[in-house]
Design a protein around this ligand. Structure first.
Ligand SMILES: Nc1ncnc2c1ncn2[C@@H]1O[C@H](COP(=O)(O)OP(=O)(O)OP(=O)(O)O)[C@@H](O)[C@H]1O
Ligand SMILES: [Mg+2]
Length: 403
């Protein structure tokens, strides 16, 4: 394995009873990367992260952190990692300083190293004003910062952050994100979130999972390009025209856009301007800007904005994970769903060519290795949570993480 691979997941599968939370998830994270880990509710993000941080064991597959197997060498793995679980485990009756001191002692830091690290953590996480306060009295955002602080206290090379900005108000979100970006300058970070704009801001690469499978993995631009579509933003003045035909109505602009050869989808967008703003979808291979401009000239409409860009990450995410959403809402899988599965397969193929395509849900090969009943699985799970093997450093996390 190349020395630069900090996290390597290979064919990770996890079952909770009859639920297959992960289905042959494979990916690598290189040194210095900040990777966004995206997926709808229940996609398997936290499960993956819990495996990588040695809190649960996979039903099949392997995961390595800095070359150490999470199952065989959990201590070495934990030493390299800082982990912020989805619900940060904090002792609410400790004050912030005491808690960070506790986290440092659990990590085996001596006093002088702790003081040195503490200074940096306080600075990076913005904790100076809260050090003497009981954690129980802190706002959720500050608790997240404390959670980040404990993840950073031992100066880990790798950070695994499970929705560090969820439930935060926009100000706190921006602050925490700023810290993450700052921290990310000299660390490897895997960051799960539902917020695509956060990924666009903090990450150069994203991994999208859906129903426990990797459906996209790559630089954001490549992911955006996955649907093979581009979009044009067209904004037309709604008050003035260059001809005497009167101001254009939205419906009129829409109809004219629809008539353009190659315009596949037309959607009106909200705008604060006195203007009609539309998104026009087209093929990546084509370029409709000339036609769009020509239309404006022919009609005498005043073009306030025209741009061509890759599909938004938002749209690609919805596209790739749509079938999940349909099932959650109780819709029968339809042809969309099937095609979605295809998408998933194709996308996964791009990245981890391996085995994950063929079969999936029903396939025997992997059922065969667990033809065993659910109890087996549940054993598995139990073993996870109880952290039997690791009541060492992180067990506080583990226990609390359960609630
Ligand atoms: N301890 C458990 N016992 C049983 N099922 C579980 C357990 N943990 C997770 N699951 C199931 O595994 C699947 C993946 O869950 P996971 O928490 O990894 O999703 P997620 O992507 O983190 O979702 P969210 O965005 O809601 O946090 C879900 O179907 C979930 O119900
Ligand atoms: Mg989760």
């Amino acid at each position: 394995m190349a020395t630069d691979v900090m996290i390597a997941a290979s064919g990770l599968t996890k079952r909770f009873g009859s639920v297959r939370a992960l289905d042959k998830v494979s990916f690598e994270v290189q040194k210095g990367e900040v990777v966004g880990f995206l997926g709808p509710n229940g996609a398997g993000k936290s499960t993956t992260m819990r495996i990588l941080t040695c809190f649960i064991s996979p039903s099949a597959g392997t995961a390595k952190v800095r070359g150490h197997d999470v199952f065989e060498e959990p201590l070495a793995v934990r030493k390299s990692l800082g982990y912020l679980p989805q619900r940060a485990p904090l002792y609410t009756d400790m004050n912030v300083y005491e808690y960070l001191q506790f986290a440092a002692s659990v990590r085996g830091l001596d006093d002088s190293t702790f003081r040195k690290r503490m200074k940096r953590v306080v600075e990076v996480c913005g904790l100076a004003q809260t050090l003497g306060k009981d954690i129980g009295t802190l706002s959720h955002g500050f608790r997240q910062r404390v959670g980040l602080g404990q993840a950073l206290i031992h100066d880990p090379a790798i950070l695994i952050l499970d929705e560090p900005t969820s439930d935060l108000d926009p100000n706190e979100k921006a602050e925490v994100l700023k810290y993450i970006k700052e921290i990310g300058q000299d660390r490897t970070i895997l960051l799960s979130t539902h917020n695509l704009s956060e990924v666009e801001e903090a990450c150069a690469r994203a991994i999208i999972i859906s129903k426990g499978r990797v459906v996209a993995d790559g630089p954001l631009d490549d992911i955006r390009a996955k649907t093979g579509a581009v979009r044009y933003i067209v904004t037309v003045d709604e008050k003035k025209t260059l001809k005497n035909g009167g101001a254009p109505k939205a419906a009129e602009v829409k109809a004219a856009l629809e008539a353009i050869d190659g315009a596949r989808t037309i959607r009106e967008l909200p705008t604060d301007e006195t203007a009609h703003k539309f998104e026009v979808g087209g093929d990546k291979a084509g370029d409709l800007r000339r036609e769009l401009y020509g239309l404006m000239v022919a009609k005498g409409w005043i073009l306030l904005e025209l741009r061509r860009e890759a599909q938004s990450l938002d749209a690609v995410f919805r596209d790739l994970t749509r079938s999940d959403e349909r099932l959650d809402r109780g819709y029968a899988p339809d042809e969309d769903d099937d095609s979605d599965d295809d998408d998933a397969t194709t996308a996964a193929d791009d990245d981890d060519s391996d085995d994950d395509d063929s079969d999936d849900d029903d396939s025997d090969d992997d059922d065969s290795d667990d033809d065993d009943s659910d109890d087996d699985d549940s054993d598995d799970d139990d073993s996870d949570d109880d952290d039997s093997d690791d009541d060492d450093d992180d067990d506080d996390d583990g226990d609390k993480d359960k609630d």
